[in-house]
Design a protein around this ligand. Sequence first.
Ligand code: FAD
Length: 548
Amino acid sequence: MPHPSTTLIIGAGLSGLTAACELAAAGKRVTVLEQEGERNLGGQAFWSFGGLFLVNSPMQRRMGIKDSLELAMQDWMGTAAFDREEDYWPRKWAEAYVTFAATEKYEWLKARGLRYFPVVGWAERGGYGAIGHGNSVPRFHVTWGTGPGVVAPFIQLAQEAVTKGLIDFRFRHRVDELEIINGAVKGVRGSILRASAAVRGAHEPATVTGDFHFEASQVIITAGGIGGNHDLVRANWPSRLGKAPQHLLSGVPQHVDGRMLGISQQAGARIINPDRMWHYTEGIRNWAPIWRQHGIRILPGPSSIWLDGGGKRLPAPLFPGFDTLGTLDYLMHSGYEHSWFILDQPIIKKEFALSGSEQNPDLTNKQWRQVLKRAVGKRATEPVEAFKEKGPDFIVAGGLSEMVDRMNALNNGVPLHYTDIFAQLHARDAQLDNKFCKDAQIMAIRNARQYLGDRLIRTAPPHKILSQTPLIAVKLHILTRKSLGGLATNLDSQVLNADNQPIGGLFAAGEAAGFGGGGMHGYRALEGTFLGGCLFSGRVAGRAAVKG
Ligand SMILES: Cc1cc2nc3c(=O)[nH]c(=O)nc-3n(C[C@H](O)[C@H](O)[C@H](O)COP(=O)(O)OP(=O)(O)OC[C@H]3O[C@@H](n4cnc5c(N)ncnc54)[C@H](O)[C@@H]3O)c2cc1C
């Protein structure tokens, strides 16, 4: 039984670790309850690409990018599009988080040893106008060491606190019940699960070997979102995005099961914005899966031609990497859940990145020599070339006719016609005969290449695709990832009840709290904002719990 003054933290992902480190730094005792084994310490963040949203950072300035708090706030609010009464606290969290990203975040992480790949990435480019969705400038900073590089300093701090007797990790401890009496938390009950030899990320069977009951006057919920539970994703699917998809890939391990959210709600906590989720439309089946229905997200540059499942080119500005939610909305109303990228070797070489630490061994293992290969030669990174060769969604063909034949074998019985696809590609290619044109995607490519980072490693020079050999087609699936809604919290991370009143001693952070407030992203994200959201809200929750 933990000491009576101990704060219990449910979940040992990045947000839980951050909160635990804050408490330990103030000399407080913490017990971290984690349903998975020790191998999974760090949760999803370990698997992440380590992309962090920073505003007006030294790396941006070095790349000649002019950014500011004002511009970032405008982008965030245009992207979030808050429009509900319950967005009161989410909006406050958004303001606090963007301010953090523009001020303290860089130095705070630098003091913990975080460093970045020098070329800042440009995610969610928008395309609607200055005050609409999207990043006006590149802000996606890839951590040197990717996800493991983000988590490592917090694991190290936590381990130091373990040796001092301040943090106690209880792995294979699954919380099944929150005890809330007279509006205040009193403790948790749960099951002890059998230890498992499963590798990190693989499903650990939940065989119950015992139970536990820990009393505590402070509990922090950092149990993650719902992306690994497709039933919950479908149950929360908003009608504005059409019918819930029948076929989904999982971009997260199975422990992202959403179960703790239901348990919290049953105990009286308020969940808001459960219909706001962040799923990707560029998912590919992993040829070497670790978890069930394991999919990988392509982080695309802007040049691939994007066709829906019926073979029709997506409308402007739904170009690769411009508007994730807008593309999902379009696809879900197109009659087809899947879609296609058509491209060639120069585009795949320069523009295909795969999200995830294990898909970027050069950056994850901090191997400069390997990283430099991204900028030279004709081959894409090894993991991308491996997908080209072994991925079930990749077609590499000698010409368009062969490619369309092979696409038809994967197109769920819907015929694609060579003449239609040829006509669209031919018309697009003809727009390159002048330095100016009316094709919005080509204009966007030319704009992207005004940014040094894109010109160096992210955007291929505009060129005719039909004259290239080989041609490449990639079948894309919807891939679940993040929950944007969650437990409603005030600016002190206190969980609110149905009457919007704080539940005594109960806090929440990270994805479980919609990264703060119950949905600081609103409807859409600017990317790199989830890890940062865990760090920020974990820090706020930890500090609030220190105050008690
Ligand atoms: C492949 C991949 C790439 C990504 N790339 C990026 C990126 O580049 N930038 C970015 O900002 N974000 C990225 N993300 C998202 C980001 O990693 C996550 O949103 C974030 O790490 C979530 O952290 P968390 O602490 O809130 O939850 P989690 O990491 O999900 O941790 C929650 C923990 O709680 C445990 N738990 C759940 N229920 C219970 C219970 N009842 N009892 C005990 N324990 C419980 C779980 O087992 C888990 O370990 C990526 C995610 C993935 C998977």
